[in-house]
Design a protein around this ligand. Sequence first.
Ligand SMILES: [Zn+2]
Length: 342
Amino acid sequence: MEGKILKFSSLILMAALMASAVVFGRFSSIHSRELKRKQMSGLQMLAYNTKQAQQKEDISLQHQLRVELPAGISLQEVEIENDYVRQNMIIRIPNVEKDYFVNHPLLGRSNHINDLYMENGRIELTMDAVYEPDCKVEDGYLYLDFVKPQEIYEKVVVIDAGHGGGAPGAIKQGIMEKDINLAIVRELKALLDQNDRNIGVYYTRTEDVNPTFVQRAQLGGKAEANLFISVHSNSTVEGEMSQYNGTEVLYDEQKSEEGFSSKRLAQICLEEATAAMGSKSNGVMYGNSIYIIRNCEVPAALIEVGFMTNQEELNKMASAEYQKKAAQGIYNAILRALEEGY
Ligand SMILES: [Zn+2]
């Protein structure tokens, strides 16, 4: 009898031990999973959660990224900022509490995302190229797709206003090169905005900021642009005021796949700009020493509109009227180059 009780109680003990092992084991596996999740980057989490969701629910994701929205949030309340110069896309969702995305994980099979970072209602994506976001909301989910500019536009152009921010370029009599360049590019933008051809235009800057040389140079390739134009204002090497004046355009020898050369683009810019401004032509020049055009992967031209070291030309370039003429010249050059098949 006693032996039986002992046997029976040891059975209970064993059962209790086994049960606790199961519970503890489970707990520790949840714990380690949690730990693993915390150590994962945003991008690893996206891949992990997508794989999990596909295994469990056999969902076939039709879109590149799916974000579960908090109840009652509409597409209008979602903010998407496309910082295409840095290839960053920032999604802001209101009413998102801390750790929301742990319980409502992002899913998607986009292979265009290089990095993903989440903080409260802010999702920051680093893309591998320039894309336009295409989004819709359905059944409480935000679906995002990333579309290449060439899929949206007939032609794609990149415009670079030289210098900016803490890098003023040349300064003559209190006039800064960065301001002249930006004023011309803003006039050019006004013309391009009015153009009814389906041209997608990407600017390295439209404000007084200074993107890096790398960010400027890569934008042409990242947007798969048909052409790239950089706008600068010239000075003599010595920087002294002189009689020397006129417009010149620099290029590197790079050719696009179709064989449209940067030199030809430079020639078109020179002809159109000097015609519109009535400035002296100093010709096109091989400018391999300039980082931006040397490293641009698409046909590129850098226009030096005029000389800030020439008093007459400096006065003109500082005037809105002449800036408009310069913009018109570059605009005409863009249309002509595209007409030629760039
Ligand atoms: Zn410059």
